[in-house]
Design a binder for this molecule. Structure first.
Ligand code: GMT
Length: 372
């Protein structure tokens, strides 16, 4: 098949998932064309069967806001025509679904039917999309998609709850390449972070308000009182300095490392003992799934779709949003002795296999085939 993939090229879960999907499809022999404004972060190196088309948004003094959506729709038309694409798969509704609708209409006039599949990822529905400034366009363009998928059961339900959706939404859960994440830790790296064999806790996100990173710091401070430990913060974003200030206030700043945005998550996750995800909402929590695949148990909130991946007492624990005390207790109970930690690690890794790339990518292929 000749497939166009549109996504955000950044470190966010939707872009990561879309890129990994494209790479997996290319490996299976499909021709995959990425259409984005920047090279997606996980699209590094030369991969046969993968093509990258950058959306250029020319500026003009009149444009206080350069019209990205118009440039995207035009690039879609161009790429679809010149490469004779069979379908377009857009990840994250805003503005990808509406740009795809526009491209579809243009091509229709020229006698070409291009099926559009929209995958909903989370904040496009639960946060941004619901805003009345976007909602009518989001609702319309989702409904105009030939197929709609959501990355969790929870997101499917949220979408039906908040939007007037006239079509079925198929749940195709997110996936992880287990073979890539099940690695041996690099001892030298582990020694740098935890020179005296301290437990390593880790949080990775875009540090937006919704992630409640202050709760991560508070949980770590409570754990650190009881057991020698270090905290790795991976990623960056608006709440980073708030987290740093709080860490200083709580006297744990020296035990925390902010390592910024990282591409080789598999090398970092594998040295961790516990992944903390304190979000107010997660449609799925891909970062937590990647942690599990690396054999890292997860202490998280029970928000959104997290209950669909984190099994209390098996792969980690869950708490109400903001219940720092409980999440601290849960973290301590996992980290306190070697045997318990080992068992949680093994079970987390085993559970992640259910979401292996090999099991999920064929579901997308099956969906695509319906439109050929
Ligand atoms: O978590 C974020 O804020 C980034 C966001 C994105 O759109 O890139 O992630 C969303 O999509 C991921 C991949 O499907 C999910 O794993 C995340 O749970 C979801 N984030 C939210 O729902 C807040």
């Amino acid at each position: 098949m000749r497939i166009g993939i549109v996504c955000y090229p950044t470190f966010g879960g939707s872009g990561v998932l879309a890129t990994e999907l494209g790479k997996a499809l290319a490996q299976k022999g499909h021709l995959v064309h990425f259409i984005t404004y920047q090279q997606p972060v996980r699209l590094n190196g030369f991969i046969p069967n993968i093509f990258y088309h950058e959306v250029q948004v020319p500026t003009y003094p009149l444009f206080d806001y350069p019209p990205y959506e118009t440039a995207l729709a035009s690039t879609m038309v161009d790429v679809i025509k010149n490469n004779n694409l069979d379908l377009l798969h857009v990840h994250y509704a805003i503005p990808h679904a509406s740009a795809a609708y526009m491209a579809k209409q243009i091509l229709k006039k020229e006698g070409k039917n291009i099926p559009v599949i929209t995958t909903l990822h989370g904040t496009d529905i639960t946060l941004v999309g619901r805003d009345k400034t976007y909602a009518p366009v989001v609702t319309f363009s989702i409904n105009e998609s030939d197929a709609i998928t959501a990355v969790s059961q929870n997101l499917r339900e949220e979408t039906f709850k908040h939007f007037d959706i006239e079509k079925e939404i198929e749940v195709i859960v997110n996936f992880v390449d287990v073979s890539r994440f099940s690695r041996k830790p690099i001892d030298a790296f582990k020694k740098v972070i935890a020179p005296n064999g301290e437990r390593i806790l880790l949080h990775a996100s875009n540090f937006r308000k919704i992630k409640r990173v202050q709760d991560v710091v508070k949980i770590f401070a409570a754990v650190n009182k009881e057991i020698p430990s270090k905290l790795l913060f991976v990623g960056d974003g608006p709440e980073r300095s708030t987290a740093e200030d709080l860490a200083r206030e709580l006297g744990v700043c020296d035990e925390i490392r902010f390592v910024g945005k990282q591409e080789q998550m598999e090398d970092i996750l594998v040295i961790a003992d516990l992944f903390l995800l304190t979000s107010e909402y997660e449609s799925f929590g891909l970062a937590a799934l990647e942690a599990m695949a690396a054999g890292v148990p997860v202490v998280s909130t029970n928000a959104g779709g997290l209950g669909e991946i984190n099994i209390p007492g098996v792969t980690g624990y869950m708490s109400e949003v903001g219940d720092v005390e409980n999440m601290s207790k849960q973290s301590l109970s996992i980290l306190r002795d070697e045997e318990t930690l080992k068992a949680f690690k093994e079970r987390a890794a085993a559970h992640a296999k259910k979401f292996d790339i090999q099991n999920i990518v064929p579901l997308y292929e099956k969906l695509y085939e319906q439109f050929l």
